[in-house]
Design a protein around this ligand. Sequence first.
Ligand code: R5P
Length: 267
Amino acid sequence: MDWGIKNRLARIIKPETGHTVMLAVDHGYFLGPTSRLEEPHKTIAPLLPHADAVMLTRGILRAEVSPHTQTAIVLRVSGGSSIVGENLANEGITTSMEDAVRLNVAGVALSIFVGTKYEHQTLLNLAHLVDKGEEYGIPVLAVTAVGKELEKRDATYLALCCRIAAEIGARFVKTYYCENFEKVVKGCPVPIVIAGGPKLATEADALEIAHNAIQEGAVGVDMGRNIWQSDHPVAMIKAIRAIVHENASIKEALDILNGLKADKVKA
Ligand code: R5P
């Protein structure tokens, strides 16, 4: 692997543990001012020191994140559709590789929509992005997006998506945790991170997903709403970190979370 790609990947997936905590705050690119991400800098700034990488668009990066940050940037470079539009899967590439280089990113991310009307288009988007990424030494993260059809998230479908993304040349893949997740990991020759999805009923549910994903072979999480829609986002990301980097059990992570909540109440 080219030195630049290896170096950038090591800024995201920490060599010390082989794992990563990515903070996803790119939701506005199709959802607009999502709840608790209305003023992104207020959400992002306290969480940034606890994330190995942050995933976002160039607009939010430029306007809402300090250029002094030491957290790796994974730039969302696909889009072109919205939650109120005709079809969320109808995405193109929205940011050039040259701009990604100017922004000093560690990686770029793009969604693929396998099994939809836009499968071919989004897979060719990925192929084009990988060609450009390899030219500049920037790893590409393929996101196996499911649009509004969350019921599609089973192991057979996600294994298909992840494998196709890796075959086209994605250096790492983001997908959903699911039952029989080992099947997804086994069929995918590049590292996998998991999204959190919409906010779950309890924080314990989100910690459980992160824990199970790591135990079953994910290298980390690229989590958004289950962190920053929590009433205790910093405590939540710290608990996730313990799971991802310190092999904490669900109970240990919950103890960290509850301890930090209690400290905040006392302060
Ligand atoms: C999908 O690619 C979105 O843009 C998010 O990055 C992704 O869904 C992760 O965020 P969440 O954990 O909120 O699902």
